[in-house]
Design a protein around this ligand. Structure first.
Ligand SMILES: [Zn+2]
Length: 462
């Protein structure tokens, strides 16, 4: 795991606290390699919630290695040593830094935007199309805003969808993400349906042969990988999906796409009609060749099944999934980035029923959390899957291990990162540790409930 400099963006609280501790202790000549933190609770995907817990970290250069993460009452005597600095965070819950497996950092400048579901999805797509940044300089600025808001939400790794303004493929987002403290994948997004399909393949061929080598060199040490994102089944020919999947296989590049998100997509894929068809007509890209693969009565997952079987994808949303669709996702090793607040924003549950993420997990699918863009969020100051865990908690999901796995280890797996770096297990080197200030009433209820019922932004411990 690559550990990047983060302090100028999000100061490590631990450094200031250690400094204060050492001043009080009379500035010991050799600072301890270890630090112990006694917290109200610690939480991760493996252990769940451990109340009244201590975390012992070994601090080595840029790394922090977990040496103990369990109940304070069970602390072995070696960690109860006056020479080891001990910080007390009695009203804090500590957890690994988070993963946001699906977001669009280059839309951050738009900010949260109210949406009337009666306007339909295509109306919303038009807003995004007209407000998207166009020049590389503007795009890099928007991505940087998104990085700051991710850090403000305790997120250290992202699956970022890098849009192509007016079809122009740009390296600005992947370079900006690689230069930032964040880890993850920058998925270059593109459209290509009907009359636009051949031109899309040509542009992608030119981009990959002209720029991929230098992108790979520049991102090699950054903890950020370059990936590809055909937009969605209603905007990408099946032939383009096949071509890009082959291209990604040949170059070992990660793949992502939107899938089974809206009723409009379901209608278009099944019967080549509805608002998505009208949009393609309006954009002048419809031609009847589309009818060779669209309008066959298939569901979006069924439609994409043969492509998913070629190479595992990370697919966003999947609001629309029946039992056989879930089976197909499981069999093909597809990861699902469920975006709870995006689904709520578009009232997906009233159209498709509650999201089936629990059934998907039970079927063996790697389900992780994403936020989608800030446009559909209710947190203008941050972009964080913490708030998506909070929504699922409010909807009755009381399993902390499940929520934490979706917001940390499963997201890491989906992005090709080491899941251990998103735990607090003994021996782990966490990519970051965040803390959540609990409500004053915390002593009366459990720490997890306090953390997830609150609205606080997290802070960075390390
Ligand atoms: Zn998206």
């Amino acid at each position: 795991m690559n550990h990047k400099q983060r302090d100028e963006h999000a100061p490590y609280a631990i450094d200031a606290m250690l400094h204060a501790w050492m001043r009080q202790a009379g500035d010991p000549a050799t600072p301890s390699r270890f630090v112990r933190i006694d917290a109200r609770a610690i939480a991760d995907a493996h252990a769940g919630i451990i109340d009244h817990a201590s975390l012992v970290l070994e601090r080595a250069q840029n790394e922090n290695i977990v040496r103990y993460a369990h109940r304070t009452s069970d602390l072995p005597s070696q960690w109860i040593d006056p020479a080891i600095p001990c910080l007390t965070l009695h009203n804090q819950l500590l957890m690994p830094a988070l993963v946001n497996a699906h977001t669009h950092l280059d839309l951050t400048h738009i900010g949260p935007h109210p949406h009337d579901p009666d306007d339909g999805f295509v109306h919303w797509v038009d807003i995004i199309r007209t407000r998207r940044a166009q020049t590389d300089e503007e795009i890099a600025g928007c991505v940087r805003q998104g990085i700051e808001k991710s850090l403000a939400g305790g997120v250290i790794a992202v699956g970022d969808i890098a849009g192509a303004p007016s079809g122009r493929l740009t390296q600005a987002p992947v370079r900006t993400l690689a230069a930032s403290p964040l880890l993850g994948v920058s998925f270059l997004e593109f459209f290509g349906m009907g009359k636009a399909a051949a031109g899309t393949i040509k542009r992608l061929e030119a981009f990959l042969s002209g720029h991929l080598a230098s992108i790979l060199v520049e991102t090699a040490e950054s903890g950020v990988r370059f990936g590809l994102q055909p937009h969605a089944p209603n905007t990408i020919d099946l032939g383009v999906y096949r071509w890009i999947t082959q291209a990604a296989l040949a170059r070992n590049l990660p793949l992502s796409t939107h899938l089974a998100e809206t009723l409009e997509e379901r209608e278009f894929i099944a019967s080549a009609s509805g608002p998505q068809w009208e949009l393609l007509e309006r954009l002048g890209v419809w031609d009847d060749s589309i009818l060779t693969h669209i309008g066959k009565g298939r569901s979006p997952i069924e439609h994409l099944h043969e492509v998913l079987a070629m190479k595992p994808y990370l697919v966003a949303h999947v609001n629309d999934a029946d039992d056989s669709g879930i089976q197909m996702l499981a069999e093909t090793g597809t990861s699902v980035a469920y975006c709870p607040r995006a689904s709520a924003y578009f009232h997906a549950a009233t159209r498709f029923g509650p999201h089936r993420y629990r059934d998907m997990l039970d079927a063996g699918i790697n389900v992780c959390l994403g936020t989608d863009s800030i446009v559909n969020l209710d947190t203008p100051d941050r972009i964080s899957t913490l708030d998506d865990m909070r929504l699922l908690y409010a909807q009755g999901d009381r399993d902390p291990k499940r929520l934490l796995a979706m917001a940390t280890t499963n997201g890491a797996i989906a992005l090709g990162l080491d899941p251990m770096s998103f735990t607090l297990q003994t021996g782990a080197e966490p990519a970051g540790i965040i803390s959540i200030d609990l409500e004053a009433s915390c002593e009366e209820k459990d720490a997890w409930a306090s953390a997830l019922q609150g609205y606080n932004a997290p802070s960075w411990l390390i």
